[in-house]
Ligand binder design. Structure first.
Ligand code: MTE
Ligand code: MO
Length: 198
């Protein structure tokens, strides 16, 4: 986290902590392509379906019983806002995938409500992604993806699926909701991969 650097005379200097084209916000905007689903924790589950046909599931109680990690990270939305040093808590995908036998290269993330987003499986492992259920010291608000959302902060925030339901592990890449209508397939904010062709 650093000091916000702004030029005088209305010129905004690029903060070295901000990817190209991004600006800082203290707000936490809500961006949802549809209504906020109200989910019953008694029926909630997180699944991992492998390319070989195996299906692993965790109930809400089982998820919450797994070791949780605090995560402090910057987040970058493709609509150009960034927040630095946000505080989350959740279960690392490394923990959830530890006993999953897979040779898949890709994951299609599914949300309650039907949203999907795709990414290479290797971007979900190695301490880079979490199923997050707390934000800023409180349970995650429904508008921001509660009860639980994916958190993959090294990619643009549309990859961080709210109301996450599970992962479909695949040999072949399959574009998700925004990726199939023109957003970049990978979405690295540091390479400004916003749209097709970036
Ligand atoms: N299920 C679901 N997840 C989603 C979205 C969505 O519309 N539905 N929007 C994405 C986009 S474009 C962004 S920028 C972030 C916004 O998260 P926020 O509303 O908590 O700021 O969620 C991402 N995850
Ligand atoms: Mo977004």
């Amino acid at each position: 986290m650093g000091v916000v650097t702004r030029g005088f005379g209305g010129r905004r200097r690029q903060d070295p902590e901000l990817p190209p084209g991004q600006y800082l916000t203290d707000d936490f905007p809500v961006l949802s392509a549809g209504p906020t689903p109200r989910l019953d924790l008694a029926n909630w589950e997180f699944f991992v379906a492998t390319e070989a046909g195996a299906r692993h599931t965790w109930s809400w109680a089982e998820l919450r019983a797994l070791p949780a990690e605090p995560v402090t990270t910057d987040i970058h939305c493709v609509t150009k806002w960034s927040k630095l040093g946000t505080h989350w808590e959740g279960v690392a995908l490394d923990t959830l995938l530890a006993d999953v036998d897979t040779a898949a290269d890709f994951a299609l993330v599914h949300s309650y409500g039907g949203y999907t987003t795709n990414l290479p499986l290797e971007d979900l492992t190695g301490g880079q992604a979490w199923v997050a259920y707390r934000y800023d010291g409180a349970e995650l608000e429904p508008e921001h993806g509660g009860p639980a959302r994916l958190l993959v902060p090294h990619l643009y925030f549309w990859k961080s699926a709210k109301w996450v339901r599970g992962l479909e592990l695949l040999h072949e890449d399959h574009p998700g909701f925004w990726e199939s209508v023109g957003y970049h397939n990978y979405g690295d904010p540091w390479r400004e991969q916003r749209y097709w062709g970036d």
